[in-house]
Design a protein around this ligand. Structure first.
Ligand code: PEP
Ligand code: MG
Length: 550
């Protein structure tokens, strides 16, 4: 048995076999193209980029062993022409498929044809083709990995996963996720949490684990490979107890979110795709406090059309019925982007063109989303929320666009409601002007994930800072209090929708600060409800015997 320590991003216990996933193996979906020339150009650009990459490797790095240098030279030759390149180009031209798909298919076909040959030179050539194909697909932004988890549920072990990759997985086959990279509040961890799978990060992954039996303990952040029979037995019992505890919590599904001294709190759910709508209802959340709308923009070849967006939002509105559903306008950029968006490289993407900034730069994209949201508002109780706001000027611009959208809908007699609007408070600038911002909207929602990173000036994904990254920092607590007071002063409701909202050790403190509602991943609705029910909104109401126990 081997034991590895990581950090838990989501609790729970999983027992099963490991599936090792290697990022390099891109699986591109077949996609047809209208413009063949554009695909050939795309291939050409990727070839140039990869050539530069390889040349850089052997010209600028330390001198390489002869053998390796030869391999790089062969790879360069493969990129400069020859039958592999001709086969790819011919596939693009005759079958009108995307360049990335043509590279992948040609690579696989060649590997298949020569699979059984024992000739060392052929084997090496196939390996070279595989390597340059991966680089080419990578250079073309080939992030559309579809991971086949197989028939049996597995524990997925990966050096690194992107939110896209996780989004594409069959949740029913996923027992747990174990990664090396990715912090506890990286977007991929948040997504794993919303899928309710035990998740560990910062584990040194080994490909040899593939197929081995393992236990993931999401409470202690421990991974056991080939566990001893006694340990396995113990964990099977704990797994069953865990299930029992969850079932106990399930009794709270229809319970109201009222503190022990009678204050009602709005407990909402955060979701990142439509599959989670049922879970929101299942756990009895009062609605959706944060719909991360990025899921419709990632893992695809081009921007979603207005109708596609509309259909999804209409479903959200209808499924939630009277319950509020807060749709956050799309927060793309930084770690959430796809190749078709063509976002130029940035030195510091987390401080870059993301969220509302990108939307205001790309007004056509933004207006399509706003129109879809307004059209869907006729079918339920949709609310609108803007990410990464730092100034009132941004609000001026948004309001102008909304006026245009409404005018367009009026002209076509398309029905819509007057939507409640809100702002995410996730930058220190927004905290400082929260009273002014609050006057212009109906609610504020604290995005503590980003607010922590921007307040501490620490990248939320940087593993080197993990011991210093403190989302309970007194500055954060002070800011939450400030925003709550400022929001109330300007007549707004105040929510928390960052991961901190799910920390049930802080529930009572948030309530005592006056926060009106909390929005958490569906899996945390019941634990937070339990904490709400045992909290006192006013310390003076705590009975004497409860004070002693505390
Ligand atoms: C946040 O920053 O707290 C938040 C909820 O937004 P996201 O995690 O999607 O950036
Ligand atoms: Mg955020």
């Amino acid at each position: 048995m081997e034991i590895y320590k990581g950090t838990s991003a989501f609790s729970g216990i999983a027992i099963g076999k490991i599936l090792y996933y290697h990022r390099g193996e891109y699986q591109i979906r077949q996609s047809m193209v209208d413009n063949v020339k554009k695909e050939l150009d795309r291939l050409d650009n990727a070839r140039t980029a990869v050539k530069n990459q390889i040349q850089h490797m052997y010209k600028n790095g330390a001198p390489l062993p002869k053998e390796q240098e030869l391999t790089l030279k062969r790879q360069l030759k493969l990129l400069s022409g020859g039958s592999f390149q001709r086969a790819v180009e011919s596939m693009i031209t005759t079958e009108k498929v995307s360049a990335a798909y043509a590279v992948q298919t040609t690579r696989d076909e060649l590997a298949n044809v020569f699979r059984k040959l024992e000739d060392e030179a052929v084997k090496e050539q196939i390996e070279n083709i595989r390597e340059i194909s991966e680089l080419l697909i990578g250079a073309m932004g080939g992030s559309h990995a579809r991971i086949n988890l197989g028939d049996e549920p597995v524990i997925l072990a990966a050096e690194q996963l992107s939110p896209n990759e996780l989004l594409e997985m069959n949740k029913a086959r996923l027992l747990a996720v174990v990664m090396h990279q990715g912090s506890v509040i990286s977007h991929v961890s948040i997504m794993a949490k919303s899928m309710e799978v035990p998740t560990l990060v910062e584990v040194e992954i080994q490909k040899e684990w593939d197929g081995h039996m393992a236990i993931v303990d999401g409470y202690t952040g421990t991974l056991y490979i080939d566990p001893e029979p006694e340990l396995l037995k113990e964990y099977e019992i704990r797994h069953a107890a865990d299930k029992e505890e969850r079932e106990e919590l399930l009794r709270l599904r229809n319970h109201k979110d009222i503190t022990a001294d009678g204050k009602e709190i709005k407990l909402l759910a955060n979701i990142g795709n439509l599959d989670d709508l049922n879970t929101v209802l299942y756990y009895g959340a009062a609605g959706i406090g944060l719909l991360r709308s990025e899921f419709q923009y990632l893992g695809r070849e081009n921007y979603p059309r207005e109708n596609e967006l509309f259909r999804a939002y209409k479903k959200v509105a209808e499924d939630m019925d009277e319950r509020p559903a807060v749709i956050r306008t799309v927060d793309l950029g930084a770690d959430r982007q796809a190749e078709y968006m063509a976002i130029p490289d940035e030195v510091n993407p987390m401080m870059g063109n993301r969220g509302i900034r990108l939307c205001l730069d790309r007004k056509k994209m933004f207006k399509a989303q706003l129109r879809a949201i307004y059209r869907a508002s006729a079918y339920g109780n949709i609310n609108l929320m803007y990410p990464m706001i730092t100034s009132e000027d941004e609000l001026d611009e948004i309001e102008k666009l909304i006026r245009e959208v409404k005018k367009g809908l009026d002209e076509k007699n398309i029905p819509y409601k007057n939507i409640r609007t809100g702002i995410m408070i996730e930058t220190p600038a927004a905290v400082m002007i929260s009273e002014e911002l609050g006057k212009r909207v109906d609610f504020l929602s604290l995005g503590t994930n980003d607010l922590t990173q921007y307040t501490l000036a620490m990248d939320r994904q940087n593993l080197l800072l993990k011991d210093k990254y403190n989302d309970h920092h007194p500055a954060l607590v002070k800011m939450i209090r400030m925003v709550t007071e400022a929001g109330h002063k300007s007549g707004c409701e105040v929510y928390i929708c960052g991961e901190l909202a799910a920390d049930s050790n802080l529930t009572e403190a948030f309530i005592q600060m006056g926060v009106d509602g909390l929005s958490v991943v569906p899996a945390c609705v019941l634990p937070v409800r339990k904490a709400i029910c045992s909290s006192y909104a006013d310390e003076a109401n705590r009975p004497a015997e409860a004070v002693k126990e505390k």
